[in-house]
Design a protein around this ligand. Sequence first.
Ligand code: NAP
Ligand code: GCO
Length: 264
Amino acid sequence: MENMFSLEGKVALVTGGVYGIGFAIGKALHDAGAKVVYNAHTEESMNIGAENYKAAGIDAKGYFCDVTDEKSVQEMIADIEKNYGGVDILVNNAGIIKRTPMTEMAVEDFRLVVDIDLIAPFICAKAVIPGMIKKGHGKIINICSMMSELGRETVSAYAAAKGGLKMLTRNICSEYGDANIQCNGIGPGYIATPQTAPLRERQPDGSRHPFDQFIIAKTPAGRWGTPEDLMGPAVFLASDASNFVNGHVLYVDGGILAYIGKQP
Ligand code: NAP
Ligand code: GCO
């Protein structure tokens, strides 16, 4: 059983894997035996990534690369192939959110969210699939969201992109399943990371943010998730243990999607 979860000899690329969910997944894949490679698109994030992996005692390789830039992604993948033998596991983690009511949202902002959260996973998957076909195996994990299923005020672009990412996941499965490539999603619930920090800010009187209270009440587990909650599911979907799981989104949400909510 233990060997089914081993990633020994595998190379894993985690996009934007410098902190938050991406870093926790990078660490999990390393702990399971993989060589971890990540990318960042700013000097600051490159430095944070280098410090975080060093502090965790992990010899990870960082690339300076914006996931929306196809040429830069292709160059990164070619370098990984040359120096580490190609990508066995791709985790499309890099992502952003903009919280703006739809009728006030600039089309440029909507496009930017779709560019990073949907088109970049296409660019990265397109870049690694030929190498995976040659190897005879591959795992692609797309980091989806509650918003792959649900809407809410202010997140139209994010929900459109993450809903699209769920369908890109199913389509990669449909198109490349016969090449022994498994493409699945992880749909994290509400996870405490910099992305959600504004939703957890304390109020001037010291009380919890109303959204924070709402999420605690809406989550059967009664708490926010942590990046560490995603480590086991990521190893499962990256390993041989999930070889017949394809086109699936594994929601790791403390039960949010199962729950209608408390009676007022
Ligand atoms: P985060 O803390 O904001 O981290 C996102 C990472 O993506 C950062 O390292 C960021 O780098 C990087 N990134 C953004 N644009 C990029 C680009 N163009 N090229 C390369 N890297 C880029 O977010 P997180 O909460 O860990 O979220 C990680 C993923 O999980 C995202 O896809 C997010 O949508 C998804 N997710 C999060 C939650 C949650 O509750 N936190 C729930 C469901 C899904 P910079 O900081 O340098 O921009
Ligand atoms: C929001 C949140 C979310 C989460 C996450 C939920 O404003 O509603 O930021 O969308 O980050 O993706 O799964």
